[in-house]
Ligand binder design. Structure first.
Ligand code: MG
Ligand code: ZN
Length: 241
């Protein structure tokens, strides 16, 4: 081991790093507190929220559109749309006759619990409401910020390649469900479905994986069943508490 000598600027750098880590820890613990408030609010209403995460272009909005078409008749659905700019996705959801509120984060690259907490009262929620929070497209920091959701649904398209779980393990570990989208494009790719499933399972053995094509309406039923079942279990859990 070489002898490590810290000069003044190294010490300053180390101190700066410690300060930044303390600051990040404070932000995350404040976020967790507000996420708990959101959870209590939702439990009070009897609504269940899903945090929909994934990279830009993975098909989050298209998947939500299909979920709304297939579930919207039997279940009250509301959507919070997170994007840096524009309300293009909110407009797509609104066209399906579902209530939606747009959150623009500006330069922010993820939603946090405070943004969601401020937006929830804008939705007309009732017992049994399913809320889908579409996070900002990003495979990194949405993994860190609890929004008060019941579960995280990670959306990854097969066109993103099977290496994503290995490159972005944190978000795959945090997710409860993986919607593996655009499976209709698999015939055009060099790899089969098993490569995606294998890598995702290697990072998170508990991940529930649903291969789907939203545009072709393939494989949607098992995902819808999971959403409805887990929302019901959550409502039973908080009404019994
Ligand atoms: Mg979108
Ligand atoms: Zn971020």
């Amino acid at each position: 081991m070489p002898h490590l000598h810290l000069d003044a600027s190294d010490r300053e750098e180390a101190e700066e790093l410690r300060r930044r880590m303390r600051w990040e820890a404070e932000i995350l613990s404040m976020n967790d507190r507000i996420a708990q408030e959101n959870r209590d609010y939702l439990a009070g209403v009897g609504a269940v929220a899903f945090n929909v995460i994934g990279s830009p272009g993975s098909g989050k909005t298209t998947l939500l559109e299909q979920i709304i078409r297939l579930l919207g008749r039997e279940h009250p659905i509301a959507v919070l749309e997170g994007d840096q700019e524009t309300d293009l996705d909110a407009e797509r959801i609104r066209r399906l006759g579902v209530q939606v509120f747009q959150i623009n984060t500006g330069s922010g690259c993820h939603l946090d619990a405070r943004m969601v907490g401020r937006s929830l009262p804008r939705l007309d929620l009732r017992p049994g409401s399913l809320i889908f929070v579409e996070n900002v497209g990003n495979l990194v920091c949405p993994a860190l910020f609890d929004l008060g959701e019941h579960a995280k649904i990670l959306v990854t398209a097969v066109t993103e390649g099977p290496d994503k779980p290995l490159k972005y393990p944190h978000i795959f570990r945090e997710a409860h469900v993986l919607a593996l989208t655009k499976t209709d494009l698999l015939p055009h790719l060099d790899v089969g479905l098993h490569a995606y499933v294998e890598n995702a399972r290697r990072i998170n053995p508990h991940l529930v994986i649903f291969p789907v094509s939203s545009t072709r309406n393939l494989g949607m039923r098992p995902l819808l069943d999971w959403i409805v079942r887990s929302a019901r279990a959550e409502r039973v859990a908080f009404s019994g508490a």
